[in-house]
Design a protein around this ligand. Structure first.
Ligand code: FHN
Length: 565
């Protein structure tokens, strides 16, 4: 399964990279502004699969819960009766939205139809929906949209346009497993998907986001079938997963934070709180609130949004573990909201102690690792007007030191105010003068290049939309930098062409030259999403990367290294 999903994603993401460009027209910028300021959204995966809750015929089915029909190869006539068990009598959309709002969530995206083809709305083109097939019998989207509007929360619909395992002709990753699924995909698109998208965009007033997914078998012609509807909704934000080469408005890294963000593109990391999107009764591998707060901070510091998932039960309850975590995020955001909403990305690609967000001449330093000596270095040569802890209602000024053309330094209080993320607000004078990071002025020398468009210069250009690839037949490659002087390095960042699905791994080793010998600093086996490694500072003139890829020519989008402030 992983392999096939990989092809789909390589296709959609490669395409969106090729066509990536600044979304800079005024209308586009205006349309995206609320979304860019919002930073934090809640994803809801909910449907008939929630009733199976990860178990079929007494067996725990591995993998993500909403995929249970595909993973367990459940025939349509055995799956459909589960709609009778999807009876969300405890559904309280007002309470859900209030809970989300208190957590600091600014928009909600719900699965109007997932890959099992079941619609959470009253669709006129099928009976496979909440009104006709479930004892609940009422549209689930309508009251949620109303509650969102009441609470000032934006609303988006997820719609699985290609995969549909219950309507003939719908696509299925790994292929159909039931004859009843066979049919003409174009007919499925014309008779089910296109009319349903028209329904969800017409019957609920203005919808803010349409979230496509898994564009299996979506050609340009097929994707174009949706264009007349989309054209009627110029303010609708769409993601990059329609297929057929349509890039949409947003990049959608899934389950990870890209090492260097997506400069020049709007992007949103979607992520589960445990290991499933749809409810699984026995998945208790919950991420901590600390991880989630830091993920949000890291994403925002790289210019992205965080779409964090909840998977309600078939009765309509959001798991307690999710509610607790959202409440913790809300508590932290309530104190530190100024440092998240409406901010722009960090001007500093790296800070040894945490992350940074910005509003004009104000920086917000998010301290994850409190410096043992209490001194916080800021890699800028500007004079600090004032610095204070954001959580301090008295805004007591912290002592700061500025020396010409050197890092500014802030004295922190001895006691750690917030062990998850202490925010220091810093107002500076003049235009920001960033102390350049070591890699900014160097170009790597590589062992081989595929061709000039994927050459060595792309490796250190600070742009993850360009890549370096070694010669096609190579499986081992190296890249070396000569700083021409001794430089202290304490962090390695590598970005890879996104490929978490195919199990392709690159082994990456960072070395420095000591005399005539190369010594290893750190090694990482990546998971197709790049990596960041921090280590004790190493001072040297020459550093090199060794990259091994067993399946294809080694390739990297970015190689960056940073030193302590
Ligand atoms: O297959 C889906 C999966 O079930 C889930 O909906 C995620 C959310 O981004 N999208 C697909 C996998 O990428």
């Amino acid at each position: 399964m992983k392999k096939i999903i990989g092809y789909i994603f390589l296709f959609v993401f490669a395409n969106s990279s090729i066509h990536a460009q600044l979304n800079d027209s005024t209308a586009e910028a205006k349309k995206m502004q609320w979304w860019k300021d919002a930073k934090f959204g809640m994803f809801i995966h909910w449907g008939v699969y929630s009733a199976l809750a990860g178990t079929y015929e007494g067996k725990k089915i591995p993998g993500i819960g909403e995929w249970i029909m595909n993973t367990a190869k459940i025939p349509i006539d055995k799956y459909k009766p589960y709609a009778k068990l999807f009876n969300p009598v405890k559904y309280n959309p007002e309470a859900w939205v209030k809970m989300a709002r208190n957590a600091g969530v600014k928009y909600i995206v719900i699965t109007s139809k997932h890959h099992d083809g079941f619609a959470l709305f009253d669709s006129k083109v099928t009976d496979w929906d909440i009104v006709d097939a479930s004892p609940y019998g009422k549209d689930l989207l309508k009251p949620l949209v109303a509650a969102c509007r009441k609470e000032g929360i934006r609303i988006g619909f997820y719609y699985s346009q290609a995969q549909d395992w219950n309507h003939p002709g719908g696509a299925a990753i790994n292929g159909h497993w039931d004859k009843a699924q066979d049919g003409d995909m174009d007919a499925y698109l014309d008779n089910i998907a296109v009319p349903q998208v028209r329904e969800i965009l017409s019957n609920y007033g203005n919808i803010d986001i349409l979230w496509w997914d898994t564009p299996k078998d979506m050609t340009k012609e097929r994707a174009e079938k949706f264009m007349p509807i989309l054209k009627q909704h110029p303010n609708l934000i769409t993601n990059n997963r329609l297929g057929g080469g349509f890039q949409g408005d947003t990049e959608t890294p899934e389950q990870f934070v890209p090492s260097t963000g997506f400069p020049g593109r709007n992007w949103e990391t979607c992520m589960t709180m445990n290991d499933t999107w749809g409810y699984k009764s026995y998945d208790s591998n919950w991420k901590s609130s600390k991880t989630l707060i830091r993920n949000l901070t890291e994403i925002v510091s790289k210019g992205g949004n965080f779409l964090l998932n909840v998977g309600p039960t078939a009765e309509g309850e959001i798991p307690k573990a999710s509610i607790t975590r959202l409440a913790a995020m809300g508590k932290w955001l309530n104190v530190n909201k100024e440092a998240i909403y409406g901010t722009t990305a960090s001007p500093f690609p790296y800070l040894s102690y945490g992350r940074c967000t910005r509003k004009g001449r104000k920086l917000y330093l998010h301290v994850f690792d409190y410096p043992a000596n209490g001194l916080l270095g800021v890699p800028m040569a500007n004079k600090i007007r004032k610095a204070y802890l954001l959580a301090d209602p008295t805004k007591r000024l912290l002592v700061t030191i500025n020396k010409a053309n050197q890092h500014s330094v802030i004295h922190l209080p001895k006691k750690i105010p917030d062990t998850i993320n202490t925010v220091v607000a810093v107002e500076f004078e003049g235009d920001l003068k960033i102390i350049p990071s070591p890699m900014e002025s160097v170009e790597a020398v590589v062992s081989s290049e595929n061709d000039a468009s994927e050459g060595a210069k792309n490796l250190t250009d600070g742009n993850r939309l360009t890549r370096w690839t070694a010669a096609k037949t190579d499986r081992n490659a190296s890249a070396t930098v000569d700083f021409k002087k001794q430089v202290a390095i304490s962090s390695l960042i590598v970005d890879e062409p996104w490929n978490p699905w195919e199990n392709k791994r690159q082994k990456i080793t960072l070395q420095y030259k000591s005399g005539e010998t190369w010594k290893t600093i750190t090694t990482t086996t990546t998971k197709g999403i790049g990596d960041q490694k921090n280590f004790k500072p190493v001072t040297a003139e020459f550093f090199r990367l060794l990259i091994e890829n067993k399946d294809e020519a080694p390739s990297l989008l970015e190689w960056q290294m940073y030193g302590p402030e």
